[in-house]
Ligand binder design. Structure first.
Ligand SMILES: Cc1ncc(COP(=O)(O)O)c(C=O)c1O
Length: 284
């Protein structure tokens, strides 16, 4: 801890109310204003040593306006719940164990190796050899936003296969990028036939076709076979949201000609939330 809180050479040290941790006498209440801080005795000296020297000379120290929250002094209570995202999706003990491993720096060679291993795992689950395959630090929404922000520019045309909530959400996100959004609609509870998607591509000539594989607002699983070929023939990128489906049903990104696919970790994959695996083809 002292190594983390070092005085900057020659600067006044303002962070002083770590006093609960250090043997420093604190005067005043939490509403008192900051009193002037003495200069660091030596550049780079750990804070704790400086505090000790200071307390030997005088008892004048600063306080912080915002008190340390009581909750941080209590143990964290995490109850065991059955997670019912797409059905029971509690994490496997192996996943929980992985989370209790020691921390690595994000530039350590060992960390890079783990990251490469994860990318290989993501290629496996999407069934793709795409070089650009990674895990975003976000939920599934972040994956959707990443797609819209990176594939679309102002006035680009996107066609959205709309048969539920995710057709609306993706349309909103695409509009925010300034794209021209067209929707091909089926009633909630229905999927799309290849012929109707082909006809819509003929009419709108979009840069991107967006399809939700598992429309979780209704439970419809969209058949993706053949759509990639039709998109390719129309020079259109084929994007698929698999947030609610990946891991529950097979997915073959390369075989189906999918240009961009993303998912979310906390659904069928039964991993902790906060990771959105994504893969982009060379075309994308
Ligand atoms: C099909 C689909 N896409 C995207 C999302 C958004 O994912 P997240 O809740 O991880 O942001 C969901 C969430 O339910 C979903 O079902």
């Amino acid at each position: 801890m002292p190594a983390l809180i070092r005085c900057l050479a020659g600067r006044s040290c303002r962070v002083r109310a770590v006093s609960a941790l250090w043997p420093v006498v604190v005067k005043g209440s939490s509403t008192a204003s900051l009193s002037p801080s003495p200069r660091c005795p030596e550049p780079g000296l750990p804070y704790r040593l400086r505090a000790l020297q200071t307390s030997a000379r005088s008892t004048t120290t600063a306080t912080m306006h915002v008190p340390s929250p009581v909750s941080l002094q209590e143990p964290m209570v995490v109850p065991l719940k059955t997670l019912m995202g797409p059905g029971p999706s509690n994490a496997h003990p192996r996943v929980l164990e992985a989370q209790s491993q020691p921390l690595l720096g994000h530039l350590h060679a060992e960390f890079c190796k783990i990251m490469d291993d994860c990318k290989d795992g993501i290629r496996y689950m999407f069934q793709t050899e795409n070089r650009v395959t990674l895990a975003l630090s976000s939920t599934g929404h972040g994956g959707m936003e990443c797609v819209m922000a990176n594939l679309l520019e102002r006035d680009d045309v996107i066609l959205i296969a709309h048969n539920g909530v995710w057709g609306d959400r993706s349309s909103d996100m695409a509009r925010r990028q300034g794209a021209v959004v067209h929707q091909i609609k089926e009633p909630a509870g229905s999927g799309f036939y290849l012929q109707e998607l082909r006809a819509a591509l003929d009419v709108y000539k979009p840069k991107v076709l967006f399809v939700t594989h598992g429309e979780s607002s209704t439970g419809v699983l969209q058949n993706l076979n053949g759509i990639g070929d039709v998109c390719k023939a129309h020079d259109c990128l084929f994007v698929v949201d698999t947030v609610a489906s990946l891991g529950g049903v097979p997915f073959y990104a390369d075989q189906w000609g999918v240009d961009v696919v993303y998912t979310g970790s906390q659904k069928v994959l039964s991993a902790p939330p906060g990771t959105a695996p994504i893969s982009l083809s060379e075309n994308a």
